[in-house]
Design a protein. Structure first.
Length: 487
């Protein structure tokens, strides 16, 4: 029997909780990987190890609810390297998207065969805890939803609305080859409806966890994007991120949000997440739909990239992402909504894409480059820094990057610093400014659209279930992350 009451104590921190605007000075005691006590002056002799917090802010570890491991690099490689980058940004849990088709494992078929391989590739390699959102890409996948919930603990699913007639990087006339779906099937609005009906059936068969079973949608309209892409390229007046934004216009987002919302109403599915809303029009549509369908529990997501950079400040080609980075007016509109409480969580949408794959034959042609970039390493310090400048309270940061996504996505043991919760903690020095340089990231991506951004706070130490995975700003130790079954 141990002579100690706790395994470790983090001394002299200012604890940030999502449920109160008061920052609490004190210590955090950890036992069995969970927070055991939060109080001032905990006796250091009660634990074999103490960590001096030096008065820093102690945030609950960030739950980055939107990442993409394995999209451009092998999943087993990304699980190791990109989880290290995430840890740098105060992230202790990453929720990453997975689907059949091109990229990821580059094959189709049933999730009964596909998902165990996903788990095997990630196992033992991640430095943070992780879970997966799953996208039903074909009709047979709808029959597997119960098994994904019951056998694998998956509680969140996704629809990519623009795949209906658009590829990952631009126009596409060969949907079935890209998605590797069976002959004769279409990935279209009808399929989206059937996904919603199937998931609502799962919710009805699982009443105890129904509130944690949700559907997320990437809301862009393929037909509008295809027409505008052709128009922008033929006119040739715009280039770089400005051209890409114009080719995927904000009203394409707004229309897709409206379609998705009405389908949720028609199918009776009340748990809908609207992903990476990037523009004033997208947010306008999202708020309008919330008013039109108050019985739908909408959640609204925004990415750090859409909050910190725009078509003029982001890397002119490396900043290509879906939906696009937008003009400064849209950035300011997103911040207005966030400060008004209309945004439920902020994510990185981290998708590491190395230079050799990111840029096409013409490095200046945004339409030839791949979509997506990393950014998890900037999540907590980036949101805190820019949020503080705009008057965002510390507790709101904790809600946006920890509590809200943890609750929605069924991570019941995560999201706050309180007894009984996992001891996932990020220490932040609020007065340690630095400049983003891609070379300082643990990610294998060699460039960043955040390059040169001034961030006014630094993550110094990160703890995953009580074990330190970042010390003095450096990732330390072997991978300790585990897959989290959410049902």
């Amino acid at each position: 029997m141990s002579e100690f009451e706790f395994d470790s104590i983090i001394k002299n921190v200012r604890v940030v909780r999502p449920d109160t605007d008061t920052v609490e000075e004190g210590d955090i005691a950890v036992a069995g990987g969970r927070v055991a006590r939060v109080a001032p002056g905990i006796d250091a002799s009660l634990a074999p190890e103490t960590v001096e917090g030096r008065g820093r802010l102690a945030f609950p570890g960030a739950v980055d609810a939107h990442q993409h491991w394995g999209i451009y690099n092998p999943l087993d490689v990304d699980a190791r390297t990109e989880s290290r980058a995430a840890a740098q940004g105060g992230v202790t849990t990453g929720l990453t998207y997975i689907r059949t088709g091109q990229y990821y494992l580059n094959r189709g078929g049933d999730y009964a065969d596909f998902f165990p391989e996903v788990l095997a590739l990630a196992r033992g390699r991640a430095h943070i805890d992780y879970a997966f959102h799953v996208a039903p890409m074909q009709s047979s996948h709808l029959e597997e939803l119960d098994a994904l919930v019951d056998d694998f603990g998956v509680t969140s699913f996704k629809i990519f609305m623009f795949y209906g007639g658009h590829g990952l990087h631009g126009r596409s006339d060969d949907q079935s080859s890209f998605l590797m779906t069976p002959p004769g099937e279409r990935y279209d609005i009808a399929h989206f409806e059937f996904v919603m009906r199937a998931l609502q059936g799962v919710r009805e068969r699982h009443p105890g966890i129904a509130d944690r079973l949700s559907l997320s949608l990437h809301c862009e309209t393929a037909e509008i994007m295809s027409a505008y892409t052709r128009m922008v390229q033929e006119e040739g007046e715009l280039s770089g991120l400005a051209a890409y934004s114009a080719s995927r216009p904000p009203h394409s987002e707004g229309l897709a949000v409206t379609i998705a919302s009405y389908l949720a109403h028609a199918t009776g599915l009340p748990t809908i997440n609207l992903l990476h809303l990037s523009s004033a029009r997208a947010m306008e549509a999202a708020m309008t739909m919330a008013g039109a369908f108050p019985h739908i529990d909408f959640r609204r997501e925004v990415t750090l990239g859409h909050l910190l950079t725009d078509i003029d400040t982001g890397h002119p080609v490396g900043g290509k992402v879906n939906p696009p980075l937008r003009p400064r007016a849209d950035v300011e509109a997103l911040w207005e909504h966030l400060l008004a409480g209309h945004v439920d969580w902020v994510v990185s949408d981290h998708a590491c894409c190395k230079e050799e794959m990111k840029f096409g034959a013409d490095r200046d042609d945004v339409f030839l480059s791949k979509s997506g970039f990393g950014g998890a390493e900037y999540l907590l310090p980036g949101l805190f820094s820019e949020g503080r400048r705009r008057g965002l309270p510390e507790a709101a940061v904790a809600r946006l990057v920890s509590w809200n996504p943890a609750r929605r996505y069924g991570l019941r043991d995560k999201g706050t610093i309180a007894p009984g919760y996992d001891a996932d903690i990020a220490l932040l020095d609020p007065d340690a400014p630095w400049t983003v340089r891609a070379e300082d990231s643990e990610s294998t991506q060699e460039y960043s659209p955040f390059e040169g951004v001034e961030i006014g706070a630094s993550v110094t130490d990160v703890f995953l279930r009580g074990s330190r995975i970042v010390a003095d700003g450096k990732v330390v130790g072997d991978p300790q992350g585990s897959y989290v079954k959410r049902s």
